[in-house]
Design a protein around this ligand. Sequence first.
Ligand SMILES: Nc1ncnc2c1ncn2[C@@H]1O[C@H](COP(=O)(O)OP(=O)(O)OP(=O)(O)O)[C@@H](O)[C@H]1O
Ligand SMILES: [Mg+2]
Length: 471
Amino acid sequence: MPTSQVWGRGRRCLLVRPGGGAQLARALSGAGLAPVVATTEAEALALLDREAPAAVLVAQALGPVAIASLVARAGQRPPAIPVVVLGAAGTVQEAVDAMQQGAADYLAPPLDGESLLPRLRRLLERSPAPEASPAGSTAALTGLVGASPAIRRVLTAIDRISRYRTSVLILGESGTGKELIARALHARGPRRRQLFVPINCATLGRDLLENELFGHERGAFTSATERKKGLFELADGGTLFFDEIAEMDPATQAKLLRVLERSEFRRVGGTGKVKVDLSVLAATNRNLEEALRAGRFREDLYYRLKVVTLRVPPLRERKEDIPALIDAFIADFNRRNDGKIQGISPQALTLIMAHDWPGNVRELKNAVESAAILAAGETIGLEGFADLGGRRSPGGARVAAAGAGALDGVVTIPVGATLAQAERELIAATLQRYRTRRQAAAVLGLGLRTLYTKLRLHRLRGGAADDADPA
Ligand SMILES: Nc1ncnc2c1ncn2[C@@H]1O[C@H](COP(=O)(O)OP(=O)(O)OP(=O)(O)O)[C@@H](O)[C@H]1O
Ligand SMILES: [Mg+2]
């Protein structure tokens, strides 16, 4: 089942357990779901309303009254949200009680991903209706994929901010989606029927940038044979997006500030003032505070721009977004190329989850696309990601090299991986490190026969020299 790890599609799943539920939450993220954890009834009810999860998992330990009120609240929404009761004692009475309370399913202990996920999957496939949360609808409108707390914060912020004509400063590493967010702010805002005009401050020199922004009158300089409208005028009524604002020359910064404060400007070589009404968005992957201290960025402009600041964390800090992003990129690839890619193999996903993605979402998008092109069949496999194998990321983390050779004898297992994936990685790496399977089995603390069983189970070959297969 190639897409077994990503069927959750970033759908939120509310997990209610008095003791938290870190392990189950990990199993849920491993399946591509976005777990939201509550420990009390009150917390759960609040999250139920706010997050509009696709399913609710509630521990029996929460008590019958609390469970009944959760089931009732979950049933009020169209479509009703299925509630699964996670048993404590595993008795028949418990199961009967759960069903009488209106639970969609009951699960006896021991509770782990293995027992929970298949049942949950069946439930969710029965109710594939989209979630009608505010964040969900914003996501649909913006094209921003992801359900990590960070992305949900960004979506909520877009929802709130876009109503106002305010400046927004968007900070984040390269490829984190800053421009996408800027476009979303415009598309959701009161100026959406006017132009969104992006301008990259890094690619234009100072004179060119000013000429682009302010435009000029005929005869302003020798080559100015005609009056040219600048971007301030062009974007009038709409939104001007200054990308890589940190690269703007201090003199231009001063001029920009004046335009923002007075809502008017003069064309180069012009005498009359031109009125403009603009929203200004700006983005940078630089540390602006450092630029301030170094005197490369004007403090007054900085404060004018950062009325609202949105920080987009790097992808490595929100890896739970990766499965949903991959799905979205594959769907996009199929649409554009008439492709038939169904999904990605669990091994390739493990490798991707272990990578640090210094180029963030852009790098992931390019990698998925090129792997989709290279894919022999309908599943994207490891071979599409040969470049990632064992590459050391700038963050210093060692990358698990699933099937591609573990470097330095270290395997990194990302949180979100299943135990089965972890086992596979460790076995693969051990096989590569030791000469014979007998040695590898000894190192792993397994009998040789068990090792062979696991090799077949995980479809592992190669690595250590072949001993005779005892099976
Ligand atoms: N959350 C997301 N969901 C879907 N696509 C995304 C997301 N974030 C980024 N992308 C995609 O990744 C690519 C890079 O995004 P974008 O150009 O917005 O990044 P950026 O932060 O402006 O990068 P840079 O600093 O290099 O200009 C784009 O193709 C964008 O559509
Ligand atoms: Mg950009």
